[in-house]
Each structure stands twice: as structure tokens, then as C-alpha cells.
Ligand binder design. Structure first.
Ligand code: GTP
Ligand code: MG
Length: 423
């Protein structure tokens, strides 16, 4: 993400057992600074963490330079190829399967079936773009796309496939929306620094932030601990659209279930006991769209059938009712996890390998009950559930600007109350 981010540690770096050996940017992040507020972005894969980092760059740094924009061209082209490849390769194995409808597209279909994934999107030639365009218009492909919760497909597939003419242009320069929609899995840790003006009513001046992004897929989570030192704020992201989808890395685990497990583990994590938690219930646009297209929350969470909205949340607009119920249901599920039933100081049985030191000799933890690695020893010491929730659309700059202003005021309030810092 441009000049301000560090990539670390690489696979071989995982064996480091001294904080002195961590990449410089992460050491700096860990040291923080007197007036720096450290925010750690957490959440499962594809919850939208990196998209929030991109938004901070757009909103609070200098945005993307032309050179940086051009670096996204191969990413976007590779995304569009992978999207079509995934639809073509999965439609036959759906239950019931979906067939190509226009026989004139058979050749393009077969070519696509036999194509290897190009390592970078810049290798796509004109014929491949033609084939993608033809296939995207086939009613069979559209039907398979409508069932994309049954196999792995990137969230931005439709956005990119609808814009293939622009993407294939020789002089294509991605705008912010293309960049925000692009998908590249994060490995290691990435850091970004920015500062925001503090309103006069809260003392004026500036507040400096250091924000750290991590990879959310299971194999990445052992690295999270590198970014946890003295974290003041955890910004935990959830893809609400994941309620009817399975994980990319484990096709037997529901994405929302995984997010709930992960949130509970992080909320109870002893290294994050002093952090305030902000929950971004993200991908609200996709949640709404899915429900409008007939997806049923109760098929995945049967208790949803009897769930009722609080009177103050009921909207006169009946059309929105199912969506409002669903988003409140998801929120309640997360908030219930912030009210632990187990007594203070009781340690949850865990396969965790955490050492209390910061100099983490990272070891493998075992996969328990076929769910994500439970990384660290947990206990129930958190006194007050400092959790704030927001419904977000991470790809919408205006929405994130507004939400982040709220987050900022809340952080200032927390700061003044809990950390004794004056701003
Ligand atoms: N429509 C929509 N797409 C979103 C939203 N938030 C993120 N996305 C898209 O979802 C995909 C995944 O987002 P990322 O920000 O890469 O997810 P991540 O949490 O960083 O994923 P990892 O790096 O694997 O941990 C990207 O293509 C984003 O454009 C949202 O609110 N709405
Ligand atoms: Mg990421």
C-alpha cells in the first residue's frame, strides 16, 4: 500500500523469536509513540481490513499516485480472470449443476476450462478478454453467478465483469473505486500512519494514528501476535454477507460462524485486555442485496426465525424489514459474546501455545473441532465491554469517512477517560 506500509514477516521470518528481529516498521509500530494511537485491524479473510487501510490512505493521507494506481492494473485483471475461471470451473459441480445456455459460447467455455491461472493479470490477451465478455453474457453463467455462495468467488466479481471494456483498455488507470474493489490476500503485517485534527471542543490539535493490517485467513493468524503490543484499539471487521458462505480455506465452515469464534477469541485474548473494541459489521450492501435476492438467514441460523427487532429499530418501510432484522440479529450475536458467562480468571481450555512474553517463538497450534486455530491463552478479565459497533460498507468512501469521524470522537472520549492522555 504505497510508501507507508511494511510487509513482514515473510515465511522464513516466522521463526524469529526476538522482537529485535522483527522488520523495522513493525518494531516502530510496537514502540508506538507518546502521542500515537495504535489501531489493530482484525477479522477473518475477506472481511474488509485492507479496504479500510485503503480508505485511510484516500481520506487521510495523500491518496493513490498514478504509479500506485498502475500497480493495481494486474491485480484487477487477475481478479477478473479468476472470477470467470471460478464460475466456469464450478458450475458443473453445483447441486443441481448449471449448464451453459448458448451453444455458440461452447468454444470460449472450453478454452477457459483448459486455461491455467496466469500468474499476473498483465498476461491476459485480447482473446481471453473476448471470451470473458462472451461468457459473462451467457444466461447459464449468470445463473451460476447467482449461486456463487455455493463456491468460492470474489465479492467484486460482478463489479469487474460489468466493466470489462474499461479494464481491458490499454490505457486503463484504476480510479479509487476500482482500487477499493480489487482483491489481494494480505500476508504478513502492514502499517499505515496518519494524523487527524481534533475538534476544538475536545482540546484541538492533532491525533496521530498508527494502523496495522494483518492477513485474516487461518494460516496468517499466527502472525497477529506481532502486532498486539500495547494496542489501544482493535477494529474488528466482519463480513455480514458471509452468513451463507463457507470459508475459502475450509469449505466446511460457515464464514459468519468463523467470525463469531474469532471475535470471541480476540475479545477474551489476554494481550488485548486493555484495548477498546470497535466492531465494523461490514458489507452491508451485499447483505441487503442477498436478502433481496431471496437468500434466507434462517437456513444457516435457524434461530433467526423467532428473532424480533427491538421496537426502536423497526422501520416504517416494510421492504427493509428483513434486512434490518438480519443486521440487528448479527449485531446481537456479536454483542452476546461480550457478556462472558464464565467467572473472572477462569482459563478457557485451549490448544493455545501463547507465551506471555512479547518475544514470541511462534509455534503451531492444533486445529480444534475443525475450526480456526485458537491462538492464545484466554481468560476473562475484561471488566467493561468497551465495544462499539457500526454498520459499514468499506468500499464506500463517504460511509467510511462518516463512520471514522464517529470512531475518532469515541477514541478521544476513551482516551480522555481511560488513558489519561490529553489531546
Ligand atoms: N461490496 C463490498 N465489497 C467489499 C466491502 N468491504 C470489502 N469488500 C471487498 O471484499 C474483498 C476483500 O476485502 P479485503 O479488504 O481484501 O479483505 P481483508 O479482510 O483484508 O482480507 P485478508 O487480507 O484475506 O485478511 C475486496 O474485493 C473488497 O473490495 C463492502 O463493504 N462491500
Ligand atoms: Mg487484507
Amino acid at each position: 500500500m504505497g510508501q507507508c506500509c511494511a510487509k513482514s514477516p515473510s515465511t522464513e521470518d516466522e521463526h524469529h523469536n526476538s522482537s529485535d528481529e522483527l522488520p523495522k516498521e513493525i518494531q516502530e509500530f510496537n514502540k508506538g509513540g507518546k502521542n500515537k494511537l495504535k489501531i489493530l485491524l482484525l477479522g477473518a479473510g475477506e472481511s474488509g481490513k485492507t479496504t479500510i487501510m485503503k480508505q485511510m490512505k484516500i481520506l487521510h493521507i495523500q491518496g493513490f499516485s498514478k504509479k500506485e494506481r498502475m500497480e493495481y492494473v494486474p491485480v484487477i485483471r487477475s481478479n477478473i480472470f479468476q472470477a470467470m475461471s471460478s464460475i466456469v470451473k464450478n458450475m458443473g459441480s453445483l447441486d443441481p449443476p448449471v449448464e451453459l445456455e448458448n451453444s455458440e459460447n461452447r468454444e470460449a467455455f472450453n478454452t477457459f476450462l483448459s486455461l491455467e491461472d496466469p500468474s499476473t493479470g498483465s498476461e491476459l490477451n485480447e482473446e481471453i478478454f473476448d471470451d470473458i465478455k462472451l461468457l459473462w453474457q451467457d444466461p447459464g453463467i449468470q445463473k451460476a453467478y447467482a449461486r456463487s455462495n455455493e463456491y468460492y468467488l470474489i465479492d467484486s466479481a460482478e463489479f469487474f465483469l460489468n466493466r470489462i471494456d474499461e479494464i481491458r483498455e490499454e490505457n486503463f488507470v484504476p480510479d479509487d473505486q476500482f482500487i477499493l474493489r480489487s482483491r489481494r490476500q494480505t500476508t504478513g503485517l502492514q502499517k499505515i500512519d496518519f494524523s487527524l485534527a481534533v475538534p476544538k471542543s475536545s482540546g484541538g490539535g492533532h491525533l496521530n494514528f498508527s494502523m496495522c493490517d494483518v492477513g485474516g485467513q487461518r494460516q496468517e493468524r499466527m502472525k497477529w501476535i506481532y502486532g498486539m503490543e500495547d494496542i489501544q484499539i482493535v477494529l474488528f471487521l466482519v463480513s455480514c454477507a458471509g452468513f451463507n458462505m463457507m470459508l475459502q480455506e475450509d469449505s466446511s465452515t460457515n464464514r459468519l460462524e468463523e467470525a463469531l469464534d474469532l471475535f470471541r477469541d480476540m475479545f477474551e485474548n489476554e494481550f488485548l485486555m486493555n484495548a477498546g473494541f470497535i466492531l465494523f459489521l461490514n458489507k452491508q450492501d451485499l447483505l441487503k442485496e442477498k436478502l433481496e435476492n431471496g437468500a434466507k438467514m434462517e437456513e444457516y441460523f435457524p434461530e433467526f426465525v423467532t428473532y424480533e427487532l427491538a421496537p426502536e429499530d423497526i422501520d416504517k418501510n416494510e421492504e427493509n424489514r428483513e434486512y434490518l432484522r438480519a443486521r440487528a440479529f448479527i449485531k446481537d450475536k456479536f454483542m452476546a459474546l461480550t457478556q462472558p458467562e464464565m467467572p473472572v480468571n477462569e482459563t478457557k481450555p485451549s490448544t493455545a501455545v501463547a507465551t506471555k512474553q512479547r518475544k514470541f517463538g511462534m509455534q503451531e497450534s492444533r486445529n480444534r473441532e475443525n475450526r480456526q486455530m485458537s491462538l492464545f491463552t484466554v481468560n476473562y478479565k475484561r471488566k467493561k465491554p468497551d465495544v462499539y459497533t457500526h454498520y459499514t460498507v468499506a468500499t464506500d468512501t463517504e460511509n467510511i469517512n462518516k463512520v471514522f469521524l464517529d470512531v475518532q470522537s469515541m477514541i478521544i472520549k476513551w482516551n480522555l477517560e481511560k488513558m489519561g492522555m490529553t489531546v
